[in-house]
Design a protein around this ligand. Structure first.
Ligand SMILES: [Zn+2]
Ligand SMILES: [Zn+2]
Length: 392
């Protein structure tokens, strides 16, 4: 789309929500604070609502429905559907349809509904304020969700659910607590606005600010600070390459409360079939990116031929590892098939199969380890290149 052409008309409802509510929050919340004050009860409930909303978007709308990273028990789906409606970011159906298009056409200004290529403001909030072509509903990519009764119910009763979660619930809490206005302002208004903006950071800042360890083919970035604000979704570079993984922060220490929620739910029997991308594939993506960078660096620098030769040798090894891994995958598949086929076979044969699968596992581990070591060597090589590139 030519960005200089006339802008499409304003969407009045969205403009009221996304411009009016933040202004109201900025004025009314401090004013009531000065005039009357808030107490710990209200702050804690606002925080609880914030997390219920946030995690329903990230764990439900995003990782469950948009990406099918796991399967959820109906009880968990209803929780997500209710609190997700409370987040006021449209129904699961519309949200997921937009989001799947975002992944499919990432950075394509004509097809990605919140393309980062159209600027920080556009990808954060601007895309919702006007009737852009890229927002036209097209549910052809969410046919699977149209068969989900929770999704259909939520879409049909979306407005009522939104009012229930954003007004009726905080109102009841305020009556119970004895301060209706203060509770509505904090648990209702401020919490809603904060949750809007932290989740919108994933579309805006997480496409601008951070590192790209897994792929440079799109603008998505990994950013630990943003992960803290976005319930773990700040590891966005990882997410854009491995979108079906139920984790975004794959290391145990990376802040990803959505991942922790999903794995806790699986312990409780509320979630199953969690998708984890094999470690080898992750290492491969990192190495691929590093090789690309090393090659770019070589183009620029006056590195000696010996460094070039080392890089090419490393790349040869890398390709060999990948081929071996692919071969092992086929072997594993064959041995699984044999195991199923041989379920009734003699004990001796079964033992042989078990030995083979243990041997296969060892080979997989060895390959993963060899990639890890290669990453280290490549880092050293990059350092050497950078030294060569500096003027003496
Ligand atoms: Zn993205
Ligand atoms: Zn996604």
């Amino acid at each position: 789309m030519n960005t200089t052409e006339q802008k499409p008309p304003l969407n009045p409802i969205n403009a009221a929500i996304f411009l009016g509510l933040p202004i109201a929050a900025l004025v009314l919340v401090p004013a009531w604070g000065v005039y009357h004050g808030y107490d710990a009860f209200q702050w804690l409930w606002a925080l609880a609502f914030l997390y219920f909303n946030g995690l329903s978007i990230t764990g439900g709308y995003h990782r469950l429905w948009s990406h099918k990273a796991y399967e959820a028990h109906p009880a968990l789906k209803w929780f997500y559907a209710l609190w997700g409606a409370g987040a006021l970011q449209n129904s699961i159906l519309i949200w997921s349809s937009d989001h799947r298009r975002h992944h499919r056409y990432v950075d394509d200004n004509d097809r990605d509904p919140y393309s980062a290529g159209r600027g920080l403001w556009f990808s954060h909030i601007g895309w919702m304020l006007r009737y852009y072509n890229t927002n036209e509903p097209d549910f052809s990519n969410v046919k699977d969700l149209q068969r989900d009764s929770v999704v259909i119910f939520q879409d049909k009763h979306y407005v009522a659910l939104t009012l229930l979660m954003n007004i009726a619930l905080p109102l009841m809490l305020g009556i119970w607590h004895g301060d209706i206005i203060g509770t509505l302002l904090l648990v209702g208004l401020l919490r809603l606005v904060v949750n809007h903006h932290v989740t919108f950071f994933i579309n805006s800042l997480a496409h601008y600010w951070g590192t790209r360890p897994y792929t440079e083919s799109n603008s998505a970035r990994d950013n630990g600070f943003l992960a803290f604000l976005t319930y773990g979704e700040g590891y966005h570079n990882y997410h854009h390459i491995f979108q079906t993984d139920y984790r975004n922060g794959i290391r145990w220490w990376q802040w990803d409360p959505t991942k922790w929620l999903i794995s806790a739910c699986s312990q409780l029997g509320l979630a199953k079939n969690l998708v984890r991308v094999p470690d080898f594939k992750i290492q491969r993506a990192i190495l691929d990116t590093q090789f690309q960078r090393a090659r770019d660096q070589l183009e620029l620098s006056r590195s000696p031929d010996s460094l070039r030769a080392t890089l090419e040798r490393e790349y040869q090894l890398f390709t060999e590892s990948i081929n071996q891994w692919t071969g092992l995958q086929t072997e594993r598949y064959e041995s699984k098939k044999a195991e199923i086929g041989g379920a009734l076979s003699e004990k001796k044969q079964k033992l042989q199969l078990r030995w083979e699968s243990a041997a296969l596992r060892t080979k997989f581990k060895e390959l993963e380890y060899s990639l890890k070591m290669q990453r280290k060597r490549l880092n050293l090589l990059m350092e050497q290149m950078q030294l060569q590139a500096q003027p003496a």
